[in-house]
Write a new protein. Sequence first.
Length: 397
Amino acid sequence: MTNNLLEDKSVLLGVTGSIAAYKAVDIASQLIKLGANVNVALTEAATKFITPFTFKTITGNMPYYDMWDTNAKAKEQHIELAHNADLMIIAPATASTIATLAYGMGDDSVSLCALSTGAPKLIAPAMDHQMWNNKATQENINKLIERGDTIILPEYGRLASGEFGLGRLSSVDNIIDEIKRKAGDVYGDLCGKHIVITAGGTREPLDPVRFLSNRSSGKMGFALAEAARNRGSSVTLISSVKRNSLSGVHFIETETTDQMFNEVKKATQKADALIMAAAVSDFKFKEINKDKIKDKNNDLSVNLTPNPDIIASVEKNIIKVAFAAETKDLKKYAEKKLFSKNAHFIVANDVSDPSIGFNSDNNKVTIISDKGKVINLPIMPKIEVSHAILNSLKEYF
Ligand code: PMT
């Protein structure tokens, strides 16, 4: 099974008459890069902003924009497009289109397709802030939400009118992220699961300006969260660092090991699995200075005291995945940790190699299970490593 759920999926992109219509070209292009088969429907108003030919060039498919085209190949083009779609995204969606959808009307090519499809729908509004805040629009939006459509909320910013407000089309990156998430919700192999993931290096304060920490960037944990989310799992990400925001992922920011420990304890009460990718500080300062420690010419001695072992303290009634960050004898130390942490499996990586491990976009890991199975993976992007880890996790569900 491919881990990119958009590969070979049919995505129907509806484009309506907004100045943001040109951004739909980028959406179509990114979906094509993800392996989707993209068909485009444009309202007549959309064709005033962007030409059907642009979409034909990008997608290789003839867009649907003339409801009265007597030369159209399909008898009823909207029915064919609607039935073949695995997902429908309307971006940008004007206030008028949203009203049309809310009232179940089908008087243009986009609303006709929307009315005829059983595919999950995502709607990305774009309009002036007055129109967005209008009660009628908000009521219409609520109607669509109640029916199960996903609304990709507009952003605050400079609008076509020159005024500032809420109404700009959400960023293309965010729209693509939402489409991936929706594909996971509907077609993912981890639907119905809840996975708690930790990321980043915990920070132990010495005084208000100094802390003890490590080189973890959080990339590994965030990649795991993205991969699990894209496969339909509900995800709680507990992290000491903030990176890209991942729509649909419940993000909890923590700083110290004690804080992470408390959040993991709470989150794992109702979870199916815990993946501890965070680099947790084994020690904290025995005393935290209230004020900044002043420069002195003398040596400074501080006392450290052990932190709680987060993963070891979680019951094994959920699937526990530990990481082992080692600088030598990777397998030997990882196997020891697998049992001391009472985990189902452990992901070992060599953090002395700067091309993998800390802060790299790639990793090279060995997965060792409590059943004695060992998987040596080649160096690959952290998102691919994450999918491999989730494949191992799936065997325990
Ligand atoms: O964040 P990146 O820059 O992408 O880097 C990724 C990474 C190198 C941090 C990641 O791949 C990794 O190896 N994470 C685990 C780091 C670590 O703390 O390893 P450890 O061998 O010290 O700990 C073993 C396991 O016990 C880990 O799962 C750790 O999260 C957990 N632990 C450790 C101490 C503690 N007090 N509580 C814990 O739960």
